[in-house]
Design a protein around this ligand. Structure first.
Ligand code: GLN
Length: 263
């Protein structure tokens, strides 16, 4: 039986910064190489989300004004379905502006507060109009042990994968996690959730947020595989699914180069 996934890309026209579309391209390529059928479904402004149609949601980053443009549409046409799906264990990855929107509230740099999607318990606050500090630059983090341990066990045979994630960040919003939400990783170099946080990203069930652009999944194929695996396990209700080991040394060499250069 050929396994298949539906990848749902939210607001591709509005939320796509610093190569975020590369995350969809990486998911497509890795599915092809792993022998998994896929379809990509776009959910734009005006489209209604229907529960149980997506196996993996992706939402990229955006400037504050782009986030504001989609928020009403999100609340009226999409939130209920996506909340139900993510509570049910469907995979969701949000990057930067998308990550911020997944939380409860987002206080923007101009002092206006907008309600987030509420699919993960966190809040984001911009430092305010008089504070110019942004978290910008290359970001290298160490995946939390409990996630890394699971990531190593998803392949048909032993595969050495790095415990690092690498990317690029550029945000003014500072994100604070609620009780019960774990970060994705510990910051080695760069900022992550906030200038003083020491941690990057968030996970609740199979909902993940990250500040990593540039893009996250092509630079971190082990994380792409992990999301694909989680989506398959959920869809087929089979924790014994394992992924073939790909000949992807070039990707690891690129990852390692980045770690050595910026850590
Ligand atoms: N508008 C948000 C901020 O600056 C997110 C920017 C982004 O997605 N890179 O905090």
């Amino acid at each position: 039986m050929t396994l298949s996934l539906t990848i749902t890309h939210l607001y591709p026209d509005y939320l796509n910064l610093y190569g975020d579309l590369g995350n969809i391209i990486a998911l497509k390529r890795r599915c092809e190489w792993l022998g998994i059928d896929y379809q990509v479904h776009l959910l734009n402004l005006g489209d209604t989300a229907i529960p149980e149609q997506a196996d993996l949601y992706f939402m990229g980053g955006g400037q504050d004004q782009d986030q504001v443009r989609v928020i009403d549409d999100f609340h009226t046409l999409k939130r209920d379905a996506i909340q139900a799906d993510t509570l049910n264990g469907v995979v969701f990855l949000g990057v930067c502006g998308g990550y911020q929107l997944m939380g409860n509230t987002f206080l923007m740099g101009n002092g206006e507060e907008t309600k987030g999607l509420g699919i993960i318990d966190l809040e984001t606050k911009a430092p305010g109009p008089n504070v110019k500090q942004r978290c910008t630059g290359n970001l290298i983090v160490e995946i939390l042990p409990e996630i890394y341990q699971e990531m190593q066990a998803i392949y048909t045979k032993p595969k050495t994968i790095p415990q690092t994630l690498v990317g690029f960040e550029n945000h003014s919003g500072q994100t604070y996690l609620g009780d019960g939400v774990r970060p994705l990783a510990k910051t080695i170099s760069g900022f992550g959730n906030s200038a003083e946080a020491k941690y990057e990203g968030a996970r609740f069930k199979n909902t993940f947020g990250s500040y990593m652009h540039g893009s996250l999944l092509p630079k971190n194929p082990h994380f792409a595989d992990y999301l694909i695996w989680l989506a398959l396990v959920k869809k087929y209700n089979d924790p014994d699914i394992r992924l073939p080991v790909l000949a992807d040394q070039e990707e690891w060499d690129a990852h390692q180069y980045f770690v050595q250069r910026y850590a």
